[in-house]
Design a protein around this ligand. Structure first.
Ligand code: PHE
Length: 464
């Protein structure tokens, strides 16, 4: 490589960029609805345990692989496996990550695009009229989804924004965007949180989230919590690995990992508190579905004073969070092209971005009702949503858990105890017993848990 690898300007830059990757649609769209579906309390507790036992240890592992190799996921596995059991076959894990990034970004950008539509609606005032009744908003959302032109348009806008950031590189693009977006996101979230405390449903929301009733917990809820802990922490495809490859040696991996996990969890819980306080304030009949963010939430916001502004802010928050995640996915694919194919960053950002955008049009059109694409169902899933549903199923149920499993196995069993200890202590100081706990989790607990997800998917359990 001609130029030395770019670096974050400091620990804050890394932590904000990585927290930006972790905090996204997973926290603000998916976690609230799966928590509702799984009856809160006990599910939340299992989710927290999954973050601590599986998520955090694997996140540290990814960052270790990145910082030690200073490469993209393919290069990292290639370099670190030299002379080790399995040798270059480990590069396959890196390739799996790059493919997963390509696939996930293609449809994530479409969903993120919906938030742009809602920002425009909220600030133009038309959302207020639509949100008079749940039926009219649902009808609007249905026709918006079924409009292929609109789907492609908003997907295009979101991919364009993502490419623009990655184009400018680690410092001037990604870090700068994170330092701008993340504080705004925290402020908006704080405003909404304070607002939700004043609503009558706040107490009920608290007890729904924090009073566990283990009778509500099924095996599939446990697996869903586990699977989600992967997605929400951006694990399994190499986003944290790639971001770790730009980390300075004098910054601490353990402390950064804990901060990122804590921020991600905090935001997911706050998102639930905000949405549930408002839902419970009105005894709203929630259609338990994945679309509450786009159908129920605005209706409720508009019942409150200042609804238009609050609602606009809210969608702005969601789209900022999604953007800082899409950047981290494109960076995996772009850094692969930069390191392995020798491309310049600008060419890599634009070319991979355009390829993913083109591929994403298939998802956009499949949601947009193009018959051959929306009935595409090669793996025979019941009620799948065509190309989009198939890709989402493959990526979140297969690619991420399998990628995460191999990352845990490689770091826990193939790298030596000394190699991983050195990397974790670098910039941190001596670790003592906490190193032993981390290594145990990585070698035993995480593979067992991820193995359970994989077996359950094989047996056909519904954890999506
Ligand atoms: N963590 C992101 C979210 O919660 C999604 C993501 C997954 C980002 C994998 C990068 C890698 O929305």
């Amino acid at each position: 490589m001609a130029t030395p690898r770019a670096q974050w300007s400091g620990r804050l830059g890394f932590v904000l960029a990585a927290a930006g990757s972790a905090i996204g649609l997973g926290n603000l769209w998916k976690f609230p609805y799966i928590t509702l579906e799984n009856q809160g309390g006990a599910f939340v507790l299992v989710y927290l345990a999954a973050i601590a036992v599986v998520g955090a240890p694997i996140m540290a592992a990814e960052i270790i692989l990145g910082r030690r190799s200073r490469r993209n996921p393919v290069g990292a596995f290639g370099l670190l496996s030299e002379g080790k059991p399995g040798g270059r076959a480990w590069k396959g894990v890196g390739y799996l990550g790059v493919v997963a990034g390509f696939v996930i970004l293609s449809y994530y950008s479409m969903i993120a695009g919906w938030t742009i539509r809602y920002i425009l609606l909220a600030f133009s005032g038309s959302l207020g009229e639509l949100a008079h009744s749940p039926e009219s908003l649902e009808a609007f959302f249905g026709s918006f989804l079924a409009n292929p032109g609109a789907q492609v348009l908003f997907h295009t806008l979101f991919m364009g924004a993502t490419v623009a950031v990655v184009f400018f590189g680690v410092g001037r693009g990604i870090e700068r965007a994170a330092k701008l977006l993340m504080p705004i996101l925290f402020v908006i979230l704080m405003i909404l949180a304070v607002y939700s405390i004043t609503t009558p449903g706040f107490g009920r929301a608290l007890s729904f989230l924090f009073r566990p009733n283990f009778a509500d917990l099924s095996a599939s809820s446990v697996l869903e919590a586990l699977g989600h802990s992967f997605f929400t922490l951006s694990l399994g495809l190499g986003s944290m690995l790639t971001y770790g490859s730009y980390m300075r040696r004098r910054d601490s991996i353990p402390r950064s990992t804990l901060t990122i996990c804590a921020l991600d969890t905090l935001i997911a819980i706050m998102a639930c508190l905000i949405m549930f306080s408002i839902i419970f304030s009105f005894d709203f009949e929630v259609s338990k579905s994945s679309t509450i963010l786009f159908t129920t939430i605005p209706v409720i916001f508009f019942k409150l004073p200042g609804g238009a502004v609050i609602c606009g802010l809210f969608y702005l928050l969601v789209s900022f969070a999604a953007l800082s995640s899409t950047i981290s996915i494109l960076e995996v694919v772009a850094s692969f092209a930069i390191d392995e194919l020798g491309w310049h960053r600008r060419r890599a950002a634009v070319t991979t971005g355009v390829a993913i955008w083109l591929f994403g049009i298939l998802s956009a059109l499949s949601v947009g009702g193009v018959q051959t694409l929306s009935s595409f169902n090669p793996i025979g899933r019941p009620s799948t949503l065509g190309v989009f549903g198939t890709l989402d199923y493959l990526a979140s149920n297969w690619f991420l858990p399998v990628g995460g499993l191999f990352i845990a196995l490689f770091t826990g069993w193939i790298l030596t105890r000394e190699e991983t200890r050195d990397e974790l202590e670098e910039g941190n100081g001596r670790l003592g017993w906490s190193f032993g706990i981390w290594r145990f989790m990585l070698r035993f607990a995480a593979p067992a848990a991820v193995g359970a997800i994989i077996v359950s998917v094989l047996l056909g359990a519904e954890y999506q």
